[in-house]
Design a protein around this ligand. Structure first.
Ligand code: SAM
Length: 218
């Protein structure tokens, strides 16, 4: 297990915390949690504020491929793949890599770029519709915290079950009370988030053996 920053090359999000905090009403939160059109392509207070392929995941894909020693023929699953942009970019960066995605959002899957069409499955992270050891490598970026704690543990067990050993998860965390307060004023969809120690307890309960990193709102 290693703590590794694989998203270092991603452009830093410009977050307007004050605007989000003001706009966060229960109706907006309920809509965002549907992970439907408003979350992806509606106004910014509902989520992404319009999410289109722009190649921003290509450099992340390169770093993932290098860190996890992925090569042609290897099977990769991206849990919480959204519109499948990382699925596409992993295959662009390593032709012959067999990449698949899974997401709860039908809307996102219906917006997949051509290269990912047919590779994205609808489902939930804590009940993966795949046999044991189906994938050489399983990724899940900024997704698992959308489940409550017990289901996060189940989802991590599912990653262990379907993977042959390599995995990487990135989840919402904070290191200080200030970061926690900032996070809580920003968060829309996350149901479980914690300090690293809280996450380590979750990893241990699940028997998670892969790599990880934190998304910290700053
Ligand atoms: C913040 S987005 C991250 C998308 C992508 N991994 C990325 O980093 O750009 C969170 C994703 O989690 C998905 N999601 C939420 N709950 C889920 C669940 N129970 N199982 C699978 N995916 C889920 C959402 O539809 C969305 O695609």
């Amino acid at each position: 297990m290693a703590h590794v920053n694989l998203l270092a090359s991603l452009p830093k999000l410009k977050r307007n915390i004050e605007k989000r905090a003001a706009a966060k009403d229960p109706k907006v939160i309920a809509e965002a949690k549907k992970f439907d059109e408003l979350y992806w392509d509606g106004p910014r207070e509902y989520g992404y504020g319009g999410y289109h392929y722009d190649g921003r995941w290509r450099s992340v894909a390169r770093d993932i491929i290098a860190h996890l020693s992925l090569m042609p023929g290897v099977r990769v699953l991206d849990i919480g793949c959204g519109k499948g942009f990382l699925v596409k970019d992993l295959m662009l960066e390593c032709p012959g890599l067999e990449v698949f995605g899974l997401d709860i959002s039908r809307y996102a899957i219906m917006k997949a770029p051509e290269a990912a069409i047919g590779r994205l499955h609808m489902g939930t992270a804590d009940n993966l519709p795949f046999p044991d050891k189906s994938f050489d490598c399983v990724l899940s970026i900024n997704t698992l915290h959308n489940l409550p704690r017990e289901r996060v543990i189940t989802a991590l067990k599912e990653i262990e079950r379907v993977s042959k050993g390599k995995s990487f998860v990135q989840v919402d965390a904070y290191h200080t009370v200030e970061q926690k307060a900032l996070f809580e004023s920003w968060v829309l969809t996350a149901l479980f988030h914690d300090y690293p120690q809280g996450w380590y307890d979750v990893f241990k309960s699940a028997g998670y053996t892969g790599d990880w990193d934190w998304t910290v709102v700053e």
